[in-house]
Design a binder for this molecule. Structure first.
Ligand SMILES: *[C@@H]1O[C@H](CO)[C@@H](O)[C@H](O)[C@H]1NC(C)=O
Ligand SMILES: *[C@@H]1O[C@H](CO)[C@@H](O)[C@H](O)[C@H]1NC(C)=O
Ligand SMILES: *[C@@H]1O[C@H](CO)[C@@H](O)[C@H](O)[C@H]1NC(C)=O
Length: 158
């Protein structure tokens, strides 16, 4: 292929990219739990499994998905949401960026990354149970054990 053809191809690609893709990867908010996981390798295995599940859901055209992987000592939960006006490809691109960024909060047991186009969170169930501020999401708060026990119980501290 000669240089002229390459340049034309590059211009066409650039126009296509400009016109069609905007995953809106602009960070609005990010944060991590102050509590760490107990077994990082267990947690990372679980977390990776949940991210793979989320990706499958997005690949299937969903814009909202949750995943859970409860193996070993440290269960992982994750949740992704894309804005409706994104294309499915942009949603996945935004998730990919979020997945990479959220790992920087390791070994925290919960974290969230909010982009303009999507958000990814690792809700911290222990934090939710303890009633601490931060990263919990109501639909993942365990109901059992809460009723009739208005005082927070601090797991692992007696
Ligand atoms: C969590 O892990 C980080 C990195 O190893 C450490 O700096 C921090 O003190 C730990 N936090 C707690 C509450 O153990
Ligand atoms: C984490 O859990 C795995 C089993 O799932 C175990 O082999 C490993 O020794 C544990 N690591 C620590 C630091 O407890
Ligand atoms: C999880 O995935 C990340 C990124 O692909 C990789 O670097 C890491 O080794 C994986 N961890 C585990 C425990 O599978």
């Amino acid at each position: 292929m000669n240089l002229e053809k390459l340049i034309i191809l590059a211009i066409i690609l650039a126009i296509l990219t400009l016109g069609e893709s905007d995953p809106e990867i602009v960070v609005i908010n990010q944060g991590g739990s102050q509590y760490n996981v107990t077994n990082l390798s267990d947690f990372n295995n679980n977390l990776n499994a949940t991210f793979a599940q989320l990706r499958d859901e997005l690949n299937a055209g969903k814009y909202f998905a949750t995943a859970e992987q409860p193996r070993g000592s440290d269960s992982a939960y994750s949740m992704v949401q894309c804005r409706k006006y994104l294309s499915s490809g942009d949603c996945i691109a935004c998730f990919t960026a979020a997945e990479s960024l959220i790992r920087k909060f390791s070994p925290a047991n919960g974290a969230r990354v909010v982009y303009l186009g999507c958000s990814l969170s690792i809700p911290n169930r222990i934090g939710a149970r303890q009633g601490r501020a931060g990263l919990s999401f109501p639909f993942l708060v365990p109901i059992t054990g809460m009723t009739g026990n208005p005082r927070p119980c601090f797991a692992g501290k007696g």
